[in-house]
Ligand binder design. Structure first.
Ligand code: SF4
Length: 323
């Protein structure tokens, strides 16, 4: 049984259909990377899994199983217990995730006291242990400081400490290193990877960076205009991408051994999701688009049980319809 299974997730805000039939599956101890450009619906998907969408958003699931239980119909009181104790979240900007008026150690301690019901003294000791384990040098001093006194890397470690304090089964990290220096990024990613493997935590990593996906994830789901257009084992998808959008993302990614004079940007812009979309949303940007592409939603191509791709290229009859 998977740790998390989501089937046919739809999110609508102010009549705009922003997430359109997303399926996700995460196993214990495994990292699933959700990758795509800004505005593709990645962060909305992550927020929906924590029930943190704005009030006016409408969110529908056909199936939503977590750790053997259906989360459909979960009350807000039950959600308060689930958040932090069973499902932790690491946001993009650590500064906004922490309370600027509270000492860092007290904030981690409070999470522990509320969710683990331990004494203030035990919570303080445990918070300190966590900061040490997450690689914060001079943890006792840092625990007594306020967020503005810590560097970006230390702050993100403190946020991760808060997210994992109660040993959640699932961790959702939304672009956790975007606000950090390059050298600190690698350390924070290694930390998340280690937590995932050692503590058997399932990790949903939201990123726009295929380099991060390659280094971190066992599984990848590529999102475009609110749909998962390609998904499967990371190595298989990245070595032989089946969807033109996955290929375009790869070509736009800088590499250390790159000999190209310039990177290939993906031409055009993502579609306006306030409009009704028929057919493949990538059509205006796709070099291989055919007549059928803007008219009908692509058929699912599944080269193996674990892989799927939504594209007409793999349908012989569609090829026959010409370009
Ligand atoms: Fe390109 Fe057509 Fe495939 Fe969409 S369905 S990605 S337009 S070939």
């Amino acid at each position: 049984m998977s740790l998390l299974e989501v089937r046919d997730l739809h999110i609508r805000i102010d009549g705009h259909h922003l997430v359109r039939g997303v399926d996700l599956q995460i196993e214990r101890g495994e990292c699933l990377a959700l990758v795509g450009e800004s505005g593709s619906g990645k962060s909305l998907t992550a927020l929906s899994l924590m029930q943190l969408l704005p009030r006016h958003a409408r969110c529908d699931f056909e199936r939503w199983q977590f750790d053997g239980q259906s989360l459909l119909g979960t009350t807000e009181a039950q959600w308060r217990r689930l958040r932090a104790s069973r499902i932790g979240m690491v946001f993009q900007n650590p500064m906004t995730a922490l309370n600027p008026t509270m000492r860092v150690g007290d904030q981690i301690g409070e999470v522990l006291r509320v969710h683990s019901r331990c004494s203030a003294r035990e919570a303080r000791r445990h918070a300190l242990e966590l900061l040490e384990r997450l690689g914060i040098v001079n943890a006792a001093k840092r625990a007594r400081q306020y967020p503005f006194e810590l560097s970006g890397g230390m702050l993100q470690r403190a946020v991760i400490a808060m997210a994992v304090a109660c040993k959640p089964a699932l961790l959702i990290a939304d672009e956790p290193t975007t606000a950090l220096d390059v050298t600190v990024q690698a350390e924070v990613l290694a930390l998340l990877r280690e937590l995932c493997r050692d503590q058997h935590v399932g990790l949903l990593l939201i990123t726009h960076d295929l380099g991060v996906v390659e280094a971190m994830a066992e599984q990848v789901a590529v999102m475009y205009a609110g749909r998962i257009v390609e998904a499967g084992p990371c190595q298989a998808v990245l070595s032989q991408p089946a969807h033109p959008y996955t290929r375009a993302l790869q070509q736009a990614m800088p590499r250390l051994d790159d000999r190209r004079d310039s990177l290939l940007a993906i031409s055009g812009t993502p579609p306006d999701l306030s409009q009704q979309l028929n057919g493949c949303a990538f059509t205006p940007r796709c070099e291989r688009a055919m007549q059928i592409c803007p008219v009908r939603q692509p058929a699912v191509y599944a080269p193996s049980k674990a892989r799927r791709c939504e594209c007409w290229l793999w349908e012989p009859q569609a090829q026959g319809a010409g370009r």
